[in-house]
Design a protein around this ligand. Structure first.
Ligand code: AMP
Length: 192
């Protein structure tokens, strides 16, 4: 099963992707986590991505395409995967369509976590205060505003890009975490 998870920063994508990974035994591919790892290890990719991420901008489409193309060839993706944070704009979505059509893969479902933007500020500031050991350089209000702007301008158009997909699922992300998980699980179970 191949699933794309859509939603703004702070919507709970990481938490729900981890839940889906465990429940459906598929890989969780978070481009944000992969890039943070690269930054931490000071790899060539990390050095290129660091400042861009700290500003809340998007890392180049070409770098992301290379990263994702390699990642989905891993053995842990054989049973499927959930994409968390990719694609993030229409160019990335078109590239993904292309690599999937070349490799005979299909997107089984798109899950959009729908949240009220007014709660995101609160969620991100509390995440910044809780997350002491794995503190993110981009979890602060100024950068959040930039990330939300990027989301609205670049990522939200994917809602219409994918709206014709036969399994476009909208989940109410304002509910508590376990209710959101349950709703996602029930919907994805119908795709199996
Ligand atoms: P995330 O953890 O998904 O919120 O991503 C953190 C940061 O990593 C983003 O603000 C971007 O700078 C970068 N990033 C993650 N995924 C992508 C992507 N698909 N395209 C471009 N930049 C990305």
């Amino acid at each position: 099963m191949i699933v794309i998870l859509l939603g703004p920063p702070g919507a709970g994508k990481g938490t729900q992707a981890a839940f889906i990974k465990n429940n459906f035994n598929i890989a969780h591919i978070s481009t944000g986590d992969m890039l943070r790892e690269a930054v931490k290890n000071e790899t060539e990719l990390g050095l290129m991505a660091k400042d861009v991420m700290e500003r809340g901008d998007l890392v180049s489409d070409d770098l992301l395409l290379k990263l994702i193309n390699e990642r989905i060839k891993n053995k842990d993706c054989e049973n499927g995967f959930i994409l968390d944070g990719y694609p993030r704009n229409q160019k990335q979505a078109a590239s993904l369509d292309e690599i999937f059509s070349q490799s005979g893969k299909n997107i089984d479902g798109i899950v959009q976590i729908d949240v009220d933007f007014s709660i995101l500020e609160k969620r991100i500031t509390s995440r910044a205060s809780e997350n002491n050991s794995e503190k993110r350089a981009d979890d602060n209000l100024d950068v959040l505003k930039k990330r939300l702007k990027e989301y609205v301008e670049q990522t939200e158009p994917l809602v219409s890009y994918y709206s014709d997909h036969k399994n476009y699922i909208v989940i109410n992300g304002m509910n508590n975490i376990s209710k959101v998980s349950e709703d996602i699980k029930n919907n994805l179970n119908k795709l199996k």
